[in-house]
Design a protein around this ligand. Structure first.
Ligand code: NAP
Length: 243
């Protein structure tokens, strides 16, 4: 039984650790970050070359099942995997961590809508945590941004007035609260990533009375089989082996 595990998340690393070495799991990373946290077991790095490339790769490698444990906002690779697995009739599972409850957040559908919300509300000091690919939408917004990302955004996507904070979670409540206060933040912009690693910023914002603008998740492809925990995903793989 050979499983392709599409990763780049803590859940994917945890699943690889649960299954390896009992199951032959090849983890796949996009190769976006120069020093990725690596899962145990074999790893391949880099894109497949679209739908056709992924289909060929699954055939060449004789992959028996695919588990997509990519980030909830990695919609392209998730769509590709769903399409290719349906075509090849390869068992396919999406491991999607539960979304955060929106609480009192202003929920928006895209980075562009989030930028409009910041501008329309006149927030002038903004904590922007939507990642390196999310900064471009805010370029024309007249505000100061504290931008937190794992790797630096491209210079031409950065708003004029900003401070860049390069770091990788997990974060804790006290640290997040201190950051909001130190920088006199007036609004927090976040994706609805879900998960415990970056959730403390939401509690800190609530405690500090800082409004939250939350970008909603892209929808999953229709009809995909989905679980929300590493345990369930491991059980699904084991059931495939047994069956
Ligand atoms: P994306 O927009 O869905 O994918 C863009 C392209 O990157 C895909 O078409 C594919 O290239 C390649 N790719 C993405 N994930 C891959 C993987 N696990 N293995 C091999 N190729 C992959 O993805 P993204 O949002 O840029 O995210 C890239 C990676 O970062 C994912 O592994 C994801 O789990 C992780 N990540 C993303 C976020 C986020 O906010 N988006 C946050 C944390 C971690 P080809 O078409 O050439 O196959």
């Amino acid at each position: 039984m050979k499983v392709l595990l599409l990763g780049g998340t803590g859940e994917a690393r945890a699943l690889a650790a649960r299954l390896h070495p009992e199951v032959e799991v090849i983890s796949s990373l996009a190769g976006r970050v120069p020093d990725p946290a690596l899962p145990v077991g074999p790893v391949r790095i880099g894109g497949f070359g679209g739908v056709d490339g992924m289909r060929q790769w699954l055939v060449d490698e004789h992959v028996d099942a695919v588990v997509d444990a990519t980030h909830p906002f990695a919609a392209t690779i998730t769509a590709h995997a769903a399409q290719v697995c349906a075509q090849l009739e390869v068992p396919h599972l999406v491991l999607a961590r539960p979304a955060w409850g929106p609480g009192s957040a202003i929920v928006v559908g895209s980075d562009t809508e989030a930028a409009d919300t910041v501008a329309n509300n006149g927030y002038s000091r903004v904590f922007l945590t939507t990642g390196r690919s999310g900064t471009g939408a805010f370029k024309g917004v007249d505000a100061w941004f504290l931008i937190r990302a794992v790797t630096p955004p491209d210079a031409d996507t950065l708003p004029a007035d900003h401070e860049l904070l390069l770091s990788r979670g997990p974060y804790d409540y006290e640290g997040e609260l201190a950051l909001l206060r130190e920088h006199r933040i007036e609004a927090l912009v976040t994706k609805n990533s879900g998960g415990a690693m970056t959730e403390p910023k939401l509690r800190a914002a609530a405690a500090a009375g800082v409004p939250v603008v939350m970008v909603d998740r892209p929808p999953l492809p229709p009809g995909v089989h989905t679980v929300t925990t590493v345990e369930e995903a491991a059980a699904w793989v084991r059931a495939k082996i047994a069956g």
